[in-house]
Design a binder for this molecule. Sequence first.
Ligand code: SF4
Length: 427
Amino acid sequence: MSHVPDLFRVGLKRGRIITMPPAERKDLEATKKLRDVMGKYFADLGAGADAGKKTAWCTSVGPAELLWAMGFNVYFPENHGAMLGASRMATDVIPLANARGFSPDICSYLTSDIGSYLKGESPLQKMKLAGPPKPDVLVFNTNQCRDVKDWFQFYAREYSVPCLGIHTPRSIGDVDDPLVDFVAGQIESLVPPLEQVAGEPFAMDRLREVVGISRQTTLLWKAVLETATHLPAPITFFDGTVQMGPAVVMRGLKEAVEYYQLLLAELEHRVTQAVAAVEGERVRVYWEGMPIWGRLSNLGAQFLQLRASVVASTYCNSWIFEDLDPADPFRGMARAYSSIFICRSDDSKESYIERMVDRFKVDGIVYHDAKTCPNNSNSRYGMPQRVSKRLGKPYLAINGDLNDLRLYSEEQTRTNIEAFVEQLLQA
Ligand code: SF4
C-alpha cells in the first residue's frame, strides 16, 4: 500500500506516478430531504397495506400512473433489487434463488429479490419496515425484458394473486401510431381486472391528473440531469443514481414534484456559482449500461480523484417520459413507455448516444457489460466500435454486474478506468 497522505494517485506517466491533492466529495444539500421523502414513501406503503389499501407491484417502466390513479399502493420490486445491490446483501441471497431454479445467469435483480424473499431479509427492515408489502396484483411491462414477467409470475404463484401485463415489442425503430395503438390498447385492457382487485371503478379524470403530475416529475428530472450539460457539471451519474428514487417510485405523486423543484434550485445555484461536482473537472464521461450498485461509492470516489466527471448516463435518463400526455393518457403512456432506450433498435440507440455525447460535451464512453442483464448491455454486438468510429471518441467496456459482485473484478476495473482517463487526457 502506498503512503501519500496529502496527495492522491491519479495516474501514471512514462512510469511515473502522478499525484494530486485529494478531491472532496460535495454532497447535495437536498439529499437530506430525499431521505425523508423516500422514507415517507415506504412508510406510507406499509401503513396503507396495514389499513387495508390494496397493493400493486409494478415494473419500473410499467403503467404506474394507472395504478396510482386507481387508488393502489404502488411498489416497485426493481427498486428493491437495487437496494439489495447497494446494501451488498445481494450476493448473500442470490444463491437461495439459484437453488429454487433461477439460473445465476439471469437478471440478478430477480435472483436478489427472490432470494431476499426466500430468506426473509430485506434492506427495508433497516428502515424499521417489515419488508415489501404483500401484493394484491402484479403488473409488468416487457418493454425492458422478459425477466420481469417471470419474476412477477413467481410471486403471483406464491401469493395466489393475479399477474397482468403489457407485452411491448423489442428493437423498436420508429415509435409509430400502429405501435402506440397496440400498446395503448393493452394498457386500457388492464382496467377491468384492476377494477376487480381495487373494488372501485376507474375514473378518467383521476388518471389525467396523475399523468399530469407524472409528466411534471419527469420534466423536472430531465432538467435536473441537464444541469450537467454545463461546464463544470454540478451533478454526476453517481449522484443521479441516488437522486433518481422519486422519479422511479413516486412519479404521479406531488411529493416527487416538490422534491425535484428543491433539487433543481440547488443545482441551478451550483451552475451560477460554477460549483463542480468534481473539483477540477478534467474530462467528461458518459456511462452506458446498468450501475454496479454494490460498488457505486468506490467508483464514484475513483472518478472523483481522477478529476473525471461522469456527466450523463443512459440509465438515469431512462426515467424521462416526455410523451406522457394528460389529454390522451393511455396513448401518451404507451408512447412514453415504448420510447425508452432499452426497447429500441441499435440504430435508435446509437443515434441517442450520439446526441447525448454532443449535448453533454462528453470526451469518452464507458460501457458496462452487466453479465446478468444482456437487455441493458450494449457492448456485445459492436456498438462501442461503431459509435466510437463515427464520433471519434474513445470508449472503455468493463465487465461486471448490477448486483452479483462475484462477476466483477474491482482491481481490473480500477486499472482499466485509470488507463482510460489517461487516454482521454491525451486525446
Ligand atoms: S432490464 Fe436487466 S436488470 Fe432490469 S429487470 Fe430486466 S434483466 Fe433485470
